[in-house]
Design a protein around this ligand. Sequence first.
Ligand code: ADP
Ligand code: MG
Length: 252
Amino acid sequence: MPLIAVRNVHKSYGAPAGLVRVLRGVSLTVEQRALCAIVGPSGSGKSTFLAIVGGLDAPSAGEVYVGGHALHRMSPGERARFRAAHIGFVFQSNNLIPVLTAAENVALPLSLRRLTARERSLRVERLLDEVGLRKEAGRRPAELSGGQQQRVGIARALVTGPALVLADEPTAHLDSQTGLEVMALLRTINATRGTAFVFSTHDPAIESIADARIVLRDGIVVPAVRTTEMNGPCRPASTSACATFSGIHVGR
Ligand code: ADP
Ligand code: MG
């Protein structure tokens, strides 16, 4: 079973000037343990797509399955509970709580879990260690660099042990070197934990970290064959991202 299956998803917004059709029939699957980039120009629907896959928003039409669960049939409350239990998010600007330390920020998603204080702090410690911030556990966000803050955001997304982490332009506010370091960390976590990452970017250097990619243009997935012609050769693993009649399949 694929981790994500999206079938003919549409998303439109009512605007004064008329209906804005942001996603216009997106179909694709993403396998477990994938490291997948979503690329496309600004306004192509990347954030909208991630919000729908993450259950933050509902599609106007179409089907969205994550781990076999039908998100499109859930109420907003059911979606919120599903998200908290199964999906991690990394945001463009890390959304850390300024008055909390790095460790307290990482622990936040655990507040709804029945864990002992000891289990909780062990998990947080392990995560901070994994993202290279063992010594920074007691610092507040303002005392950390941009890259360190984003690492805290990554640790927070992972602390509940989700199979899927969605990241919307996670390196957009970082310099290119720091951005690459953060992506290398995602790659390592993907390899060691088997967490699937689906991240959006419009930076080719960041995109090349992924095993596969989905190209969005004007709310439609551009088939992989044309992608190759337009953007140069696919990376070896990207050959698994092949166009089918039902959409794009992303896996290893
Ligand atoms: P991307 O992340 O690729 O830049 P988005 O998914 O953010 O693209 O947005 C795609 C289009 O949808 C943009 O033109 C944006 O203005 C429009 N859009 C996004 N959210 C809303 C909304 N809540 N209401 C109206 N239009 C929206
Ligand atoms: Mg966006």
